[in-house]
Ligand binder design. Structure first.
Ligand code: C5P
Length: 296
């Protein structure tokens, strides 16, 4: 059997997503609180003559060509070290695709870590974080996981205190066809022409991260929700249904359309999930926080 290395890539939700007016480079300044949950993809790398990516599981809509972010991550790592090597990257999908949970970014982060270990490169954090930031705004968070404050365009991450082991339960229904992240940001610009240059810092939420989940639920916030709801008005019904079924709060995850419901405990999460399964095909439950691809 070909030797291989596997790394787990957790999904993220944004407990807070504050979005400012677009910068000159087109990206939006963010103030976000990321939270990694135990819905995950698994990335397995092995040596190969040519670069390739294979996606298994709920893989519909994931590109297997050069645009695949995990493939770009592998190539970027090899290029950084001046290596003429290639790998086969196998991704087992557990994270909803195009759902605002940064599944592609998590795969890219996991690929960096997996190949760094597989090839015994010992790149160091500074290199891995710089490569991650070059690949996408959410990729550096994929490396660290747990709770983190994201600034800049989301790529500057600072680990936050908070519960150390998975304790918060979420219900994650996938409401059909994905939304394009750039389209959601564009709609946000149209709906919020007066957005501040710098979004406000979520100080209260950061303070409450070690407190009971109900306190956190009350502070959940997503500036992009207004744009996601405008593009997908049906999401308002989903948010209402989850809260009516007993969730503490429901919000759109990142740019959507996946919604996340924070629940008081596991039995409540299972009840809410069961209620939503009457109307939605894929309803997952998950728990956070969990470690990122670096595993620490
Ligand atoms: O960085 P990433 O490739 O994940 O971003 C995807 C798209 O989302 C960008 O091309 C941009 O349209 C939008 N985006 C943004 N501001 C951010 C992050 C993403 O406008 N801070």
């Amino acid at each position: 059997m070909t030797p291989s290395t596997t790394v787990r890539a957790p999904a993220k939700i944004n407990l807070h997503l504050g979005v400012g007016a677009p910068r000159e480079d087109g990206f939006h300044p963010l103030m976000t609180v990321y939270h990694a949950v135990d819905l995950h993809d698994e990335v397995t790398v092995s040596d190969a003559e040519e670069w390739s990516v294979v996606v298994r599981g709920a893989a519909e809509g994931v590109p297997c060509d050069e645009t695949n972010l995990a493939l770009r991550a592998g190539r970027a790592l090899a290029a950084h070290h001046g290596l003429d090597r290639a790998a086969r990257i196998e991704i087992l999908k557990g994270i909803p695709v195009a759902g605002g949970m940064a599944g592609g970014s998590a795969d890219a982060a996991a690929t960096l870590v997996a190949l760094d270990r597989h090839w015994e490169l010992d790149s160091g954090d500074a290199v891995l974080f710089a490569l991650a930031a070059g690949l996408g705004s959410d990729v550096p968070f994929g490396l660290v996981g747990r709770n983190a404050l994201g600034t800049g365009r989301g790529e500057q991450v600072e680990q936050l205190p908070g519960v150390e082991s998975p304790r918060w339960w979420v219900v994650v229904p996938s409401p059909g066809e994905g939304l394009s992240t750039p389209a959601v940001y564009r709609r946000y610009d149209e709906l919020r022409p007066d957005a501040p240059a710098q979004p406000a810092a979520p100080y209260r939420l950061v303070e409450f991260l070690e407190d009971p989940v109900a306190e956190v639920a009350a502070l959940l916030h997503n500036d992009l929700q207004v744009a996601a709801l405008d593009l997908r008005p049906d999401l308002a019904d989903l948010l209402a249904a989850g809260e009516a079924a007993g969730a503490l709060r429901g919000i759109v995850s990142g740019s959507g359309p996946t919604c996340v419901f924070l629940c008081a405990d596991q039995p409540t999460a299972e009840r809410v999930a069961q209620a939503l399964r009457a109307s939605y095909d894929v309803v997952l439950t998950a728990c956070g926080p969990v470690r990122g691809a670096l595993g620490r």
